[in-house]
Design a binder for this molecule. Sequence first.
Ligand SMILES: Nc1ncnc2c1ncn2[C@@H]1O[C@H](COP(=O)(O)OP(=O)(O)OP(=O)(O)O)[C@@H](O)[C@H]1O
Ligand SMILES: [Mg+2]
Length: 370
Amino acid sequence: MAGSGTAHLRGDGDSLLRVEHLLVEFPVGRSGLKVNAVTDVSFDILEGETLGIVGESGCGKSTTGRAVMQLPPPKGGRVVYDGVELTSLKGEDLRAMRPRLQMIFQDPISSLNPRRKVKDIVREGLDIWNIGDKDSRDAKVLEVLEAVGIDPANVERRPHEFSGGQCQRISIARAVVTDPKLIICDEPVSALDVSVQAQILNLLEDMKARYGLTLVFIAHDLAVVKNVSDRVMVMYLGKVCEVAGPDTLYSQPAHPYSAALLAAIPVPDPGSRPAAAASAPAARGPSRSAGRRSPSCARWRQASTWRATSRSSPERRSPSAGRPRCRSRRRSRRARPRRQSPQPLRTWRPPSTDAKKSSTSSWAASSTLT
Ligand SMILES: Nc1ncnc2c1ncn2[C@@H]1O[C@H](COP(=O)(O)OP(=O)(O)OP(=O)(O)O)[C@@H](O)[C@H]1O
Ligand SMILES: [Mg+2]
């Protein structure tokens, strides 16, 4: 299945979220041109499932997530959540649906209001929707903060007094406090280091089990997506390439772009690539990130050609494509000097008497030890 197909959709009544032929366009300044950020995307999620969405930067993952939330409403297509067609709702009717589906944003720190205390940030949804009385709201805020591992003693602090991982925990607490059924997690761990990533992923799994959540998990890290997802949707240039279970996708990618994406996963030692990845047709070429492509690999050439032709399609082409570059950049005195080619490393020699006179020159020599 690729592009605008709907063969991967399951029965209409089974899914908690069903998205059909989603279309999102953005205007390009005042030129009258448009960017098709998401084109004809369809997918569905059953209750309790986790759908992973992967793809390279700029392929439309976040835009898809925001369009599901109607932030802003998409230009075309249908979004049906829990039997209600969100795309047909407006004003107060749409607002009334907001607490039932929530989003965790890509940047944990900037998604929290820096002027508000943590307890107020988490409590805001309960206040807006008038859920419970004052005491029960306070108790609920403390319960969810404790559940995500934030010490209730710190609820008076503001976001800048927390680390990125702690801010992401606060974002998760804010998302679950209104008891939503569905949470769209937009790259919840990409800004965090590996050990904190693992903690947040475990936390999301715990929250899913504890509050009976259904998750859309957006990421560009294929290993992370494989671990958390029941199904994975691969996107490229605003379209769906493939939807499959993680095991099928990772062992037998059906679309050349999925295969290229899998082949691009860096491995510490390319010689020790796992057997499954090595036997995948397109993965036979060496790691893309290692900068060594195999032109003799027919599947790799096929994937490259497919990528090149899709990129140059008129609907995706940048409006500035083909125009001469700004010449004043070269003339400006402030223009940055052209990058010098790296100097060859010098071989270290014992410091001579001249070198001893200048401590900086011996530092420079020792730093280029080969
Ligand atoms: N508000 C906007 N106005 C104009 N273009 C936009 C806007 N938001 C997104 N785009 C464009 O839509 C495309 C998809 O963007 P999106 O943020 O969905 O990518 P992404 O897959 O989430 O990337 P990343 O992995 O880097 O977060 C990009 O080409 C982007 O430039
Ligand atoms: Mg994004």
